[in-house]
Design a protein around this ligand. Sequence first.
Ligand code: FES
Length: 102
Amino acid sequence: MNWTRIAKVADVGDDEGMPFNLDGKELALFRSDGEFFATDNVCTHQYALLSDGYVEDGCVECPLHQAQFDLRTGEAKCAPATQPIRVYPIKVEEDDIYVAIE
Ligand code: FES
């Protein structure tokens, strides 16, 4: 797996998201209950950035129409989104966060 360092642990607070770009993709890093997740940043319903959304209990709520996505699986948990977002492997080593995209 090809790991890329994307942030420091202190860069994202709990129940927050932050955008990042990797290989031309718009991605987001989230932290919920102390755990980190990397996903696509663009909602599958229309164009909105999930990193601007509300994060709670391992889910992010889209800021535009309030669809919710599971940060662990990418599953769309409620309308109006029906398609999942992609999720990516993530690891934390000391103070650095790494993500792997294929
Ligand atoms: S753009 Fe995300 S729910 Fe509509």
